[in-house]
Ligand binder design. Structure first.
Ligand SMILES: *Cc1c(COP(=O)(O)O)cnc(C)c1O
Length: 236
């Protein structure tokens, strides 16, 4: 199957999952998780109509931007970002989805201020409370929102999560629902510099469940590009 065929099949699944949930498929964005796929594959995905691209590693982002791989689509950063690398990402991407600590928030704000821009971000929530994963715990999010007005060069657009690997996709739902409830709670309160219109959740194995639970952005790698070849260069 070609990338275009994969994307067509994914769009049909999105439509089906949205219909089953009584939702408009138009409110669900398809983000191509492009890690370990080259510029040519990225261009094919964009030509086939993905809504945006998500890159995991700074090095790959810089390399593909140098190759002008993302032309025609917004690009997001979706991987763990070290504070010493914010300069290579802030102002270079439309959205940083993976803001996982106050320290990083601070570093992004400082860099955005230096550039005289406002950076859109999502807060990453560690729904499964896994030690191996980064992200805020749900109960810490309100405190982050309280200090957000101190960061005038950041605009919070929503939440992102990667739930624990589950035996059955169905088992992911409790994690997706937790984030959905959190996002609704935030939306009810009025915070400055906050608009929670993006709920980024759902990957190749569980995006139908994520859509059932209110996802507005799914991030797909394998379902679009096929399985990744984790060779010796792999260093996530
Ligand atoms: C790789 C990756 C994805 C996509 O994973 P697949 O299972 O291949 O669809 C989504 N989100 C993040 C943050 C990723 O790193």
């Amino acid at each position: 199957m070609s990338i275009a065929e994969n994307i067509a099949a994914v769009r049909m699944q999105i439509a089906r999952a949205a219909a089953a949930a009584g939702r408009d498929p138009g409110e669900i964005q398809l983000c191509a998780a492009t890690k370990m796929n080259d510029a040519q594959a990225v261009r094919q995905a964009i030509a086939a109509g993905v809504d945006c691209c998500g890159e995991n590693r700074v090095q790959e982002l810089v390399e593909k931007q140098r190759q002008d791989a993302y032309r025609g689509a917004p690009v997001h950063f979706i991987g763990h970002l070290q504070t010493n690398k914010v300069r290579q990402v802030v102002g270079k991407v439309d959205l940083i989805q993976s803001v996982d600590s106050l320290r990083l928030l601070q570093a992004i704000d400082a860099e955005a201020a230096r550039q005289g821009i406002r950076q859109d971000i999502l807060l990453e929530v560690n729904t499964g409370r896994e030690e191996s994963k980064s992200g805020f715990y749900s109960e810490d999010i309100p405190a982050v929102l309280e200090v957000l007005p101190n960061f005038s060069h950041i605009f919070l657009r929503g939440l992102m999560t990667i739930p624990p690997v589950c035996q059955e996709p169905e088992d992911s739902k409790e994690f997706f629902l937790e984030i959905c409830r959190l996002s609704v709670d935030i939306g009810r309160k009025k915070y400055d510099n906050v608009s929670v219109d993006i709920l980024s959740m759902g990957m190749s194995g569980d995006y139908a469940e994520a859509i059932a639970c209110g996802s507005t952005m799914i991030r797909l790698g394998t379902a679009i590009f096929g399985s990744r070849n984790y060779g010796k260069s792999h260093q996530e």
